[in-house]
Design a protein around this ligand. Structure first.
Ligand code: CDP
Length: 788
């Protein structure tokens, strides 16, 4: 049984007629698991119980003797075609199926192909694998110690478990600033592994036509074009050329970064389809999804701040150990092994900063995906917002006043940070003022002081975060060498109806609605006459897909630019029809008219018809345009969140009494969708703050292998979010818009953590790592002599 999400939320007139969308097989549902094809085979996967072990042998005889089991595919099967390894998005190598050893618990070991999914599952249970356990490396600090077992023995000459060392900033200037500082603070902050629990798990249906050589894969991917290119590069030697591969990403039930990587299941299904000539379906189950898919975070951070006695921040220094699991499969732009972590100077005007990050291999599933976050921005924001709070408390300054003192002031934009980013626009003080006003900050501080007198625990936490979204520009951003831009192609049919296709891929963000709005606004054509499509590589223009809140900054801009190209041609046609010169025409949404004679006009529909029936001699017929938009810079949305918590001294339970979120994403296309993005994002920020963590025991056994141990918040755990906004347009985006999809997930955890520590600071508590569980708080209270 498949759970359903609503494919999009509210907004102006819904533009897509789903049954007409060619990505879907008519008469069937719109999710991968709804697709049933004649003669289809089902794939299920044998997974390793060990985190590190040599495979002695695989005995598939019992499974193969079962009626309905057709084949058992192993690493040896794939090795014949050199398909047992594949590249990761960071140009490391990842096993599709192992030949010699497994590297993490729940890793794919073999795949059973059967006539129905139940038989495939029974076949998995019947496959016998003999393992010889190897020493397990779980702790990334120990992984770097001399004498630690070297995990990646497949890499010739590799003598340790370090993946990369990366640093940015002026080390000498930073060290000097720390030597000269009146006050410094230092904290170890762990941001644990968490998992993207999208409503739909991953899956695909692969179909190979042996006559035409055409491969069609319906798959849960956020980046269909990039995946097609990767498939062509990896499997070109067995005859899969890019023009013969069609990737279709229908409704995929949430992605949040977790559906960017290529997982082995996809590749095995494709291989099985090519080998058998039959369609093959692979659908991950919920526990496989939780245990084996890519993880996020897992950053061990040591952060330091330096300040003058008057509260002026001077320098930031960070060292980080990044646990990437057994391979570097992070979905980062190639140039940045630690993603955009160096946005960690946040909203503050630092003169000097220096950041070092070391990536480490351990016996865990690959990590480092951009979970509703632009490549490590959540880690950066959590760190700076926690540290700023610690410094404010250390200086006995109000955390709000301390922030305001150190904010980059509005007149400083565009502002170049100490770590090299050029922030496009911002007004951080305005967002914080609004949040403080809305929540009644001064009154809350008074209440807190009174409660403290009575021994009650109440805390107020602020997070004034800066985001960085919209990758490109392509001069700095690529994934596996493919430049990061995005695209929109518009075709207007003779009767004025529009089909617009994009290189991005909505996973529930409502692109169908908001893109149609942009086109309607730019072209003066009603949204009801506009069909938006994404996700089919045979029809959509090339693009890098949707993650990291990049769609509005890139494809949204492409929609505006392509529309303007169409308008330029429409102006020429209108001039021809009106027998006027182009310069004498004025545009108002929906028509061109002659300046001073508004009755002499042509509607966009009349112009469109003429583009096919009565266009000027020498002009090409038709009304179409495409834009591959390469943004000149990223966009820098921001916000100020304030959280109020009450803590139960008896149980350690944290109750969020109020949470005010003020966001600024520049000009908004659809307020209802943006509101929905923020509400969902806040709950996905609450999750790691209070509930979610994936951890492993010393043998590499996952400790949260099911939803019994991994609490994904529901409406029961979610407080009432109070939202508001300021508007600081992006100066370089054609619509003045900035991305918003991830802001709330990025900004919320620090506000919650800061509120909890604020409630406990007077007891001697300086920091608690997220997730802040009742048990952790209870231990803190007892350690500091507080009893109920
Ligand atoms: O890349 P992704 O779609 O996840 O993120 P986004 O570009 O931030 O957009 C999320 C949704 O919010 C889309 O439907 C956007 O069109 C909409 N949005 C908006 O209406 N106004 C903005 N300024 C930013 C996004």
């Amino acid at each position: 049984m498949t759970l359903r999400t609503s494919p999009e939320v509210g907004g102006m007139g819904h533009a897509v007629k789903r049954k007409e969308d060619p990505r879907f097989i008519r008469g069937q549902g719109t999710y991968v698991d709804d697709i049933e094809l004649p003669g289809m085979l089902y794939l299920d996967i044998v997974r390793s119980p060990y985190a590190h072990a040599t495979i002695k042998h695989i005995d598939a005889s019992k499974a193969l003797a079962m009626p309905g089991v057709l084949d058992v595919i192993t690493g040896a099967t794939l090795a014949k075609y050199n398909l047992h390894w594949m590249p990761t998005l960071m140009s490391d190598m990842q096993m599709v199926l192992p030949v010699e050893k497994v590297m993490y618990q729940a890793q794919e070991v073999a795949a059973v192909l059967a006539t129905d999914r139940y038989t495939a599952a029974d076949g998995v249970a019947a496959v016998e694998v003999a393992y010889e356990p190897l020493p397990v490396v779980v702790d990334p600090f120990k992984a770097l110690e001399p004498g630690a077992p070297v995990l990646r023995t497949d890499k010739p000459g590799k003598t340790d478990n370090r993946i990369f060392h990366w640093e940015v900033g002026d080390k000498a200037a930073t060290d000097r600033a720390f030597r000269d500082a009146a006050v410094t603070v230092k904290e170890d902050i762990y941001i644990p592994r968490i998992h993207v629990c999208s409503i739909e798990t991953c899956g695909c249906v692969a179909q190979f036509d042996r006559v035409s050589g055409q491969l069609t894969v319906w798959m849960t991917t956020q980046a269909p074009h990039a995946i097609r290119t990767v498939f062509a590069l990896v499997a070109g030697h067995v005859g899969l050329a890019e023009h013969k591969i069609r990737i279709i990403s229908p409704d995929i039930g949430g992605g949040f970064g977790g559906k960017v990587p290529v997982y082995p299941g996809y590749v095995i299904a494709v291989a099985a389809a090519v080998l058998t000539g039959k369609p093959v379906k692979w659908i991950e189950d919920r526990m496989e999804n939780l245990q084996a898919d890519s993880f996020a975070r897992d950053y061990h951070i040591t952060a330091e701040l330096a300040a003058q006695r008057d509260g002026t921040l001077t320098a930031l220094r960070i060292k980080t150990l990044a646990d990437h699991g057994y391979t570097d499969a992070a979905a980062n732009p190639s140039k940045f092994p630690a993603g955009l972590f160096h946005i960690c100077t946040g909203s503050y005007d630092f003169r000097a900063a220096h950041v070092e990050v070391d990536g480490v291999y351990t016996n865990k599933p690959p990590g480092g995906i951009a979970y509703r976050c632009s490549f490590r921005v959540t880690e950066a924001v959590h760190t700076i917002e926690r540290m700023v709070d610690i410094m404010a408390h250390e200086l006995q300054m109000d955390p709000a006043e301390f922030r305001k003192k150190n904010f980059i002031q509005p007149e400083r934009f565009p502002y170049t940070s100490a770590l090299g980013w050029e922030y496009d626009s911002g007004n951080y003080g305005a967002a914080l003022d609004l949040a403080m006003h809305k929540i009644g900050y001064a009154e809350l501080r008074r209440e807190q002081a009174e409660k403290r007198q009575r021994g009650e625990l109440m805390g107020i936490g602020i997070s004034s975060f800066t985001e960085i979204v919209g990758a490109g520009p392509s001069k700095h951003f690529d994934i596996l060498g493919i430049k990061m831009f995005d695209s929109c192609e518009i075709r207007i049919h003779p009767t004025g109806k529009v089909i617009a296709r994009f290189g991005t891929k909505s996973q529930g963000q409502g692109h169908e609605t908001t893109y149609a709005q942009i086109l309607a606004e730019e072209l003066g054509i009603p949204v009801a006459d506009i069909q938006v499509e994404e996700g089919d590589t045979d029809t959509a223009p090339y693009g890098l897909g949707t993650y990291a809140s990049r769609s509005t900054p890139t494809a949204g801009a492409a929609a505006a630019i392509a529309s303007r190209k169409i308008r330029d041609k429409a102006r020429k046609i209108a001039a021809h029809l009106l027998e006027a010169s182009e310069e004498d025409l004025e545009w108002e949404p929906g028509k061109f008219f002659v300046k001073g004679s508004p009755e002499r006009s042509k509607t966009i529909q009349e112009i469109t018809f003429a583009a096919y029936t009565n266009h000027p001699q020498g002009m090409e017929a038709g009304l179409e345009a495409v834009s591959y938009y390469d943004p000149p810079n990223l966009t820098f949305p921001f916000g100020s969140y304030i959280c109020v918590v009450d803590i139960d001294k008896g149980t350690g339970e944290v109750k969020i009494r109020r949470f005010v979120a003020v966001d600024d994403c520049g000009n908004i296309i659809n307020p209802m969708i943006v509101e929905g993005q923020i509400h969902g994002g806040l709950t996905m920020g609450l999750a790691p703050a209070l509930f979610e963590e994936i951890s492993y025991d010393a043998q590499g056994n996952i400790q949260q292998g099911s939803f019994m141990d991994y609490l994904v918040p529901t409406a029961m755990e979610t407080p009432n979010w109070e939202t508001d906004k300021t508007c600081t347009p992006s100066p370089h985006h054609p619509l003045g818009a900035k991305g918003i999809g991830e802001s709330a997930t990025v900004g919320a955890p620090a506000a919650i953590a800061n509120a909890v520590v604020d409630a406990l600071w007077h007891l001697g508590v300086r920091h608690i790592d997220i997730p802040i569980t009742p048990e952790k708080v209870w231990q803190c209270l007892r350690a500091n002599g507080v009893t109920a």
